[in-house]
Design a protein around this ligand. Structure first.
Ligand code: NAP
Length: 335
């Protein structure tokens, strides 16, 4: 049977309030050699992402269906093919899949995407060269239509999407304001070129935004929602634009808040548009070309926060909601 032992994380129970480690459980399963049409993959890296927070609940307003109890969770992962019973893949191929939260799996070939790493480390395809980089790209250029000379504000700016958005807006010739929690993150934002940096945990965000952009903000890239969206609405220019990329402050069922000043959208004639990356597959080739050029030219840098081993994946995930990451949070599963 050539079984390979694999560990996986399951959702043990639905969280009450904010999720805790006890909501997750670790299990060992045996993965057989792949049947015809299947490919057996050993994951190298897996992603933990804020949107997974909404999937832990069965009645939360998430744009992705809830996770099932007592089933392995899923999410982005990069792995290496170990056996293949499909002619499209061979051992050694590096593949992206949604079979995260587990060490080894069998999957139909059509659920895998081969990655041409082109000299980048495989985990970059979970971050800057993958979903998070592409989210920043689509949010700024397709949704935001940013132009050189504009003032752009990015929240959760030291995170994966945020740090990519800060740098891409700089590449586009914008003045960039980034907000993040704590000195280390603010120092990091300066190091990647943000023109104005706000520690929203120790400063009055609205006053700091007005000081950084006395004429107002042209475009706000919102990763947070809640109080930060409220402060941004007050600091926007008339006819400004806002892309609602994410609302991490609202994903856990521990309280939903604001904004209470939604009237500003009317008064300032703002354009506010939510977007989901999955609707923008057609922009992938342009992103892949630009991101590789920018990385090669040194214009785009990336940072990651690494946790080790499948058993630590839930802890890595929970850290996202406590600000425990700079750049992309990833879990290393295998060498
Ligand atoms: N629309 C799409 O298709 C799409 C795709 C990917 C991601 N997203 C969204 O993009 C956003 C960023 O995702 P990411 O993967 O790059 O995560 P991330 O920014 O790397 O990590 C989350 C960060 O959010 C901040 N945060 C957590 N709770 C907060 C709160 N209550 N208030 C304010 N800030 C808080 C923390 O930074 P601080 O220490 O600075 O607080 C934390 O480090 C998320 O909202 C995510 O859902 C959307």
């Amino acid at each position: 049977m050539n079984l390979l032992s694999s560990r996986e994380i399951r959702l043990e129970r639905r969280p009450v309030g904010s999720p805790v480690l006890e909501d997750f459980s670790l299990h060992t399963v045996e993965v057989p050699a792949p049947a015809e049409g299947l490919v057996r993959v050993r994951n190298l890296w897996m992603s933990v992402d804020p949107y997974m927070g909404g999937r832990l609940y069965d009645n939360h307003d998430s744009y992705v269906p809830p996770y099932r109890l007592n089933h392995p969770l899923d999410g982005g992962a990069v792995g290496v093919v170990v056996d293949s019973a499909d002619s499209q893949f061979k051992p050694g191929d590096i593949v992206f899949s949604q079979y995260g939260w587990r060490e080894i799996y069998n999957a139909p070939a059509k659920r895998l995407r081969r990655i041409d790493t082109d000299g980048l480390p495989p985990e970059a395809f979970l971050g800057i060269a993958g979903v998070t980089g592409r989210t920043a790209y689509v949010g700024l250029f397709s949704i935001g239509q940013i132009k050189a000379g504009e003032t752009v504000y990015v929240s959760a700016a030291a995170g994966a999407v945020g740090s990519a958005a800060v740098q891409m807006a700089k590449i586009a010739g914008c003045t960039v304001i980034g907000s993040a929690g704590g000195k280390e993150k603010c120092d990091y934002l300066r190091s990647i070129g943000a023109d104005h940096v706000i520690d929203y945990k120790s400063e009055d965000l609205e006053a700091a935004l007005k000081a950084a952009a006395p004429e107002g903000i042209d475009f706000y890239f919102d990763n947070v929602g809640g109080p930060q969206l409220e402060a941004a609405l007050n600091a926007m220019k008339t006819f400004g634009r806002i892309a609602l990329c994410g609302m991490i402050s609202q994903y856990n069922e521990s309280g939903v808040s604001g904004p209470g000043n939604i009237v500003q959208i009317l008064a300032k004639r703002l354009t506010v548009r939510g977007f989901i990356l999955g609707d923008h597959e057609d922009e992938r080739p342009a992103f892949e070309r630009d991101v590789r050029d920018w990385i090669k030219s040194g214009q785009l840098k990336w940072q990651q926060t690494v946790e080790h081993g499948i058993a630590n994946a839930p802890a890595a995930f929970l850290k996202l909601f406590k600000g425990g990451n700079i750049g992309k949070m990833v879990v290393k599963l295998s060498d």
